[in-house]
Design a protein around this ligand. Sequence first.
Ligand SMILES: NC(=O)c1ccc[n+]([C@@H]2O[C@H](COP(=O)([O-])OP(=O)(O)OC[C@H]3O[C@@H](n4cnc5c(N)ncnc54)[C@H](O)[C@@H]3O)[C@@H](O)[C@H]2O)c1
Ligand SMILES: [Zn+2]
Ligand SMILES: [Zn+2]
Length: 396
Amino acid sequence: MKAVTWQGRRDVRVEDVPDPRIEEPTDAVIRVTSTGLCGSDLHLYEVLTPFMTPGDILGHEPMGIVEEVGAGVPDLMAGDRVVVPFQIACGRCFMCETGLPTQCETTQVTGEGMGAALFGYTRLYGAVPGGQAEYLRVPQAQFGPIKVPEGPPDDRFVYLSDVLPTAWQAVEYAAVPPGGTLAVLGLGPIGDMSCRIALALGAERVFGVDLVPERLARAGRDGVQTYDLRAFDDEKALVHAIRDETGGRGPDAVIDAVGTEAHGSAAAKLAQTATGLLPRRLGAPLAERFAVDRLGALYMAIDLVRRGGTISLSGVYGGMADPMPMLTLFDKQIQLRMGQANVRRWTDRIMPYLTDEDPLGVEDFATHRLPLAEAPHAYEMFQRKQDGAIKILMQP
Ligand SMILES: NC(=O)c1ccc[n+]([C@@H]2O[C@H](COP(=O)([O-])OP(=O)(O)OC[C@H]3O[C@@H](n4cnc5c(N)ncnc54)[C@H](O)[C@@H]3O)[C@@H](O)[C@H]2O)c1
Ligand SMILES: [Zn+2]
Ligand SMILES: [Zn+2]
């Protein structure tokens, strides 16, 4: 089959690889019909390269049709239409039962000290072959795949794999009080969808920050009050502008939907590039430290949120040795909630919004649909934010 493989820094290629097959009774194999490109893939494209191996199959936002199931997957059969969550979880362990499938004790990557395995996401998360491919082996298929009805286009459902539950959790963790205010840093797919969900759930005002004109414009059309980072002398000035809109206090909650690719200081960019270029063996320990310089968006969130407010972190940070401004966090009594989205915890609550009326606008959420064969172009365009690319779906 054809699959999008990682080959090196900013080098992905569509290659012929062996077809996946059932290896465990709890496996399923699906034929992928749509598969998303995510901001998290960009971390692998450039920043987290020391944790990748050439040939790794990328992707974690797939949906498709079940081809084959193992004997331990009673609820799925060939022909079912399913969306596959980005994380792999068993549904039966202590963590899964407490609503934290991201910490699944069956699939935890204990050798690396990490949580549940993820599709297409570095050896830190199990190096499981990903979903930007014609076919995908789905481990723990007795729990993960979400059955969806025939009829509506893939676009209606595909974001259940990641964007929707991630944004939903970001909003849930933000805990905006009724009639309250929320700022969302980063208006990529995650930030944009977080704004839509927050407004749908009754946030009074949502402020959105980015530095890409079409992303700002798109959020603006949804009723978000937008701020272009580039229009301000520095982050302090931006913080003041939003504070002024909230009686000088700052918003009740801030969602950081930027993460490790934050634009900001030039030093940070240098450190990232240097780490990405190092040989693997040298690169990994440094990559664990590099985030030192790349917490721009998080620092802004800490500064911006009102006292006693909540920061909800969905942007992924790669480093292990970030010097957190603990004193400020403590002094401001900020609740910092974070982590990968617990997909199945939220999907039943999201489903009622995926209707013909399409209140979250999922059916025209994708800005680009490309054949899988054009993945190298898709990655480049998404990373450089060219051609208005906000969300890209690929079709094998
Ligand atoms: N927690 C989860 O389960 C989960 C799931 C999916 C994605 N993510 C993470 O969420 C983040 C966003 O994902 P995405 O797909 O929307 O990615 P994206 O890269 O398209 O979006 C990030 C946006 O942030 C903007 N940005 C950069 N620096 C900024 C700054 N200093 N202030 C404000 N905006 C800034 C960029 O212009 C871009 O529009 C990524 O870090 C991704 O890894 C987390
Ligand atoms: Zn994703
Ligand atoms: Zn589990």
